[in-house]
Design a protein around this ligand. Structure first.
Ligand SMILES: [Zn+2]
Length: 456
């Protein structure tokens, strides 16, 4: 698209690219204006333009700028990026984006685990309703099968809540996922129970990559930029991008370890390469950068052996770690309840129906009948561990400050409004819907209230 504008407007627009809150300059109207005017798009106006000089002195009469690229919405997850990691002084790119847009300490949903929260982020539904209640699951409706992070392709587990890329695809908005839990699933489809487990129906993003942890961050970014190099007809308008290294470092070394801080710097540089790639293309982008949860330091010395809490004769334990979930051995319910439901140091157990309401957790049939939550920094294990394990973990009370998650958003449709009050991560899907021009969802657990007055 060609735009004609006087020199002062050009210079003003260039200056605007880094200044916050300035009024957009006047500009010539265009018959086929994009949804966002060029003057409101500092990402666009100062890049890849071609100046045209007149011959009457040194006045620039006009210039052309390719503002034909509508903004893309890019949802980035930096797994395990605790909200306060932004203050370590090693993330200049993320801090600059926060200064140019908005940021907050975001509350994860309970339990503060990876798969439940990634699914909540893209569906706007809490784990108890979204169906992804934990990283490992069983369901009586699918006997002899187990959901794990490594084996999660059956749409059965995911079909209770529609992810944003499916909503987008249904609305004709092309989507592409560079990793996201659930993005490799034919959502809404059915998988045959018997080998070769044929799939029927279902919707996937138009482009998706199966998760592979060994693909380095820069290669993931290059994949995203390559998608954006495509001609308009096949270029995605919604993209997800996922990074795992900060979570891995946090688990292995602990949240305060130098290795974790080093990983922060590396991922920030990768975000920098994403920004550089977008700049080079002249591609305006609304970036929504989130984490699924934070990280707390853990230690073998702060471990609760569940066989010391109740008799193993009375239960079958399903998960351990920051929480333990258990089934009673049939006929042993009373004995198990007597042992579990009394007070414990650093641990609290409930019948699933009596988990406190603020957790919004306990009605889903996939949650085992008994649930024990460790105090922050403590762990459960089947038996006393013999050696030191991970030095960091998550899954705790979602209101614990250690669990709070990164939120930074910036782009042409986001005002530089600074730090927002904390909000629940169920509000991210409604924000994405706003950015994509989709109507508000029905029956979601969140809404776009935290972003009122912040979008433009
Ligand atoms: Zn995670």
């Amino acid at each position: 698209m060609v735009r004609i504008r006087p020199l002062f407007a050009v210079l003003f627009a260039i200056g605007l690219s880094t200044s916050a809150g300035a009024t957009p300059p006047p500009q010539a109207s265009s018959a086929a204006s994009p949804p966002i005017a060029a003057a409101d798009r500092p990402d666009c106006v100062h890049r890849d333009h071609h100046l045209s000089y007149s011959n009457d002195g040194d006045t620039i009469q006009s210039f052309t700028v390719d503002c034909s690229r509508p903004p893309v919405t890019i949802l980035v997850s930096i797994d395990g990026f605790r909200a306060d990691y932004l203050t370590r002084g090693v993330t200049p790119n993320l801090n600059a984006l926060a200064a140019d847009g908005i940021s907050a300490a975001m509350r994860p949903s309970f339990p503060s685990k990876t798969f439940p929260n990634h699914w909540t982020l893209v569906t706007g539904m809490r784990p108890d309703r979204s169906g992804i209640v934990s990283n490992s699951m069983e369901d009586v409706a699918l006997p002899d099968k187990k959901f794990t992070m490594e084996d999660s392709k059956d749409p059965f587990w995911w079909n209770a809540a529609e992810p944003i890329w499916v909503t987008a695809e249904k609305a004709g908005i092309r989507s592409a996922t560079m990793f996201w839990p659930g993005s490799n699933v034919a959502w809404g489809g059915t998988m045959a129970k018997e080998w070769p487990n044929a799939l029927t129906g279902g919707v996937r993003p138009e482009d998706w990559w199966p998760f592979d942890m060994v693909i380095p961050g820069n290669q993931r970014v290059n994949g995203v930029i390559d998608w954006l190099r495509r001609p308009p007809a096949t270029r995605p308008k919604l993209i997800t991008l996922y990074f795992d290294t900060i979570d891995t470092a946090g688990h292995t070394f602990g949240p305060d370890a130098p290795e974790t801080t080093r990983a922060l710097g590396e991922i920030d540089a990768t975000i920098g390469s994403l920004l550089a790639g977008l700049r080079q293309l002249g591609q305006p982008a609304n970036l929504v950068i989130v984490a699924d949860h934070g990280m707390a330091g853990t230690s073998r010395a702060r471990t609760i052996a569940m066989d010391q809490v109740a008799s193993p004769d009375d239960y079958r334990i399903f998960e351990t770690g920051t929480f333990a979930s258990l089934y009673a051995v049939p006929g042993h319910e009373a004995a198990l309840e007597k042992a579990l439901l009394r007070p414990h140091d650093h641990l609290q157990c409930w019948r699933k129906s009596e988990i406190p309401a603020r957790f919004h957790y306990g009605t889903n049939p996939r949650i085992p009948p008994y649930f024990c939550l460790a105090e922050i920094g403590w762990l459960t294990a089947k038996t006393t561990p013999k050696k030191e394990g991970d030095l960091g973990n998550h899954g705790y009370d979602n209101l614990a400050p250690e669990m709070s998650a990164l939120f930074v958003a910036a782009g042409p449709n986001i005002k530089p409004a600074g730090r927002l009050s904390s909000f629940d991560n169920v509000d991210i899907a409604p924000l994405l819907r706003d950015l994509l021009g989709l109507p508000p969802g029905n029956g979601l657990d969140g809404d776009d209230a935290p972003f009122k007055g912040v979008l433009q």
